[in-house]
Design a protein around this ligand. Structure first.
Ligand code: GTP
Ligand code: MG
Length: 452
């Protein structure tokens, strides 16, 4: 029997070791050749020299890259994923990257997301595609304390839950560098601290597992490490095998939000994204919402294999005919022209929870709304009701404002055409987060849509 397919996103605070752990895991599972790692060691040497020349040239001036001096070699596994020059020079991930590996039970697509605040939109897009998240936590002092208090760890946990990622593997990383090294006490303390936040975000204990690892040394990834004998839980791969196989909405109309579009040599226009509902196959005529452009699908690919049809949950590339790469964008949604094609929403009504906003939110407020792969400014046109978060009882009709902790029904109008759907019909296209002031200020689900 063929193994089921799952999508995993790797998230966590900046520098916690997401790319290193993912790169090393791919290496141990045989997806990356030894020479790639050796080549990365050579590149690190070259970057080291380059960095010192640059400092000589700009005597005295502090550089963004200064913190990396003497450390480039520590990125040899991260660079399996961080291929952009800017990423290597600055030692951070900027855009999401995709790779594939296989375990005993699953074929996995893994998305390595950036942790840096400036690239949180890319992290959100990556997370909206996933069935399971691996949260990487830096266990060293004071990195863990920083991540949890001023950093983004709590944001990431909440975002993952809101975007519908119900299963979570939490890797407590850099165990080789704790004080003392491989400290069981530190591990237990961190796990208990985090449990509170997982619980507050909405996770149950049975949807969570904690795994102590060293991504850099490759410990407890595929095999148990003798340094971590005190832990009786699974390795990272063991925890992946224990993920529940997600149920897929196969018999619904097609919805495939576009993640990226490329122009590839002789092939032409290729779009990449995850099939959320329904199926897509060669020969099908698709309509792209919200613009209504139509095109024929020539071929559908999954990790370099041509498919007869792609199913929900699969992250695929599709070659479409007679469409220019400039006509398609991240956030557009491919659908079957003959079966309830996707349309733009003129307005929609949502159940919103305000969670992190310093001011009163009134009619006319226009923050950024991120739903599936699309992030567009949306106006809070009308505050319809204020409701009790737990009983859903209406507390007030047409309230003057909503503030932190309040929930309400809000009529919203996107300022540019955008595809969204009713949550009960198409869950992945019916939940969103609201961004403003550099953070997530609200979350919501869509109750009804008025299509233009
Ligand atoms: P962003 O993508 O920029 O958010 O960072 P990241 O989470 O992908 O971190 P990355 O893998 O780039 O690693 C950051 C630094 O932490 C590198 O210097 C790594 O060598 C180091 N590091 C990662 N894992 C470990 C580990 O297990 N032990 C130790 N000692 N260092 C590690
Ligand atoms: Mg990274």
């Amino acid at each position: 029997m063929r193994k089921p397919h799952i999508n995993i996103v790797v998230i966590g605070h900046y520098d916690s070791g997401k790319s290193t752990t993912t790169g090393h895991l791919l290496y141990q599972l045989g997806e990356v050749d030894k020479y790639v790692i050796e080549r990365n060691e050579e590149v690190a040497d070259e970057m080291e020299k380059e960095a010192s020349l640059e400092t000589d040239r700009l005597k005295g001036k502090a550089l963004d890259t200064d913190r990396l001096k003497g450390k480039y070699a520590s990125f040899k596994y991260a660079w399996v994923l961080d291929k952009l020059r800017q990423e290597r020079k600055r030692g951070i991930t900027i855009d999401t990257s995709l790779s594939k590996f296989e375990t005993r039970r699953y074929v996995c697509t893994v998305i390595d997301a950036p942790g840096h605040r400036d690239y949180i939109k890319n992290m959100i897009t990556g997370t909206s595609q996933a069935d399971c998240a691996i949260l990487i936590i830096d266990a060293t002092f004071p990195a863990f304390e920083y991540g949890l208090t001023v950093g983004l760890t709590r944001d990431h946990i909440m975002l993952a839950f809101t975007l519908g990622v119900k299963q979570m593997i939490c890797c407590i990383n850099k165990m080789d560098a704790t004080e003392p090294e491989y400290s069981e006490t530190r591990f237990n303390w961190i796990a208990s601290k985090l449990s509170t936040f997982f619980w507050k975000a909405g996770y149950n204990a049975n949807e969570l597992s904690f795994v102590p690892i060293s991504g850099f040394k490759g410990e407890n990834l595929t095999e148990r490490s003798s340094n971590l004998k005190w832990n009786s839980g699974a390795t990272l791969v063991g925890a992946i095998n224990m993920i529940e196989n997600p149920k897929r909405p196969l018999y619904k109309p097609l919805r495939l939000p576009i993640h990226d579009v490329y122009k590839i040599g002789e092939i032409g226009t290729v779009l990449v994204g995850r099939v959320e509902t329904g199926v897509i196959k060669p020969g099908m005529e698709v309509t792209f919402g919200p613009i209504g452009l139509r095109a024929e699908v020539k071929s559908v690919w999954l990790h370099n294999k041509a498919l007869h049809e792609a199913l929900p949950g699969q992250y695929v590339s599709c070659n479409v005919q007679n469409v220019d790469v400039k006509d398609l964008k991240r956030g557009y949604v491919a659908s079957n022209s003959k079966d309830h094609p996707a349309k733009g929403a003129a307005s929609f009504t949502s159940h919103v929870i305000i969670m992190n906003h310093p001011h009163h939110i009134k009619e006319g407020y226009t923050p950024l709304l991120c739903c599936h792969t699309s992030c567009i400014a949306v106006k809070f046109q009308k505050l319809l009701t204020k409701i009790d978060r737990s009983t859903l009882e209406v507390l007030e009709v047409e309230p003057e404002f909503l503030k932190n902790g309040d929930a309400g029904m809000v009529q919203m109008v996107p300022i540019k055409p955008m595809v969204v759907e009713n949550f009960s019909e198409y869950p992945p296209l019916g939940r969103f987060i609201v961004r403003d002031l550099g953070r997530t200020v609200a979350v919501g689900v869509i109750k009804s849509v008025d299509k233009s």
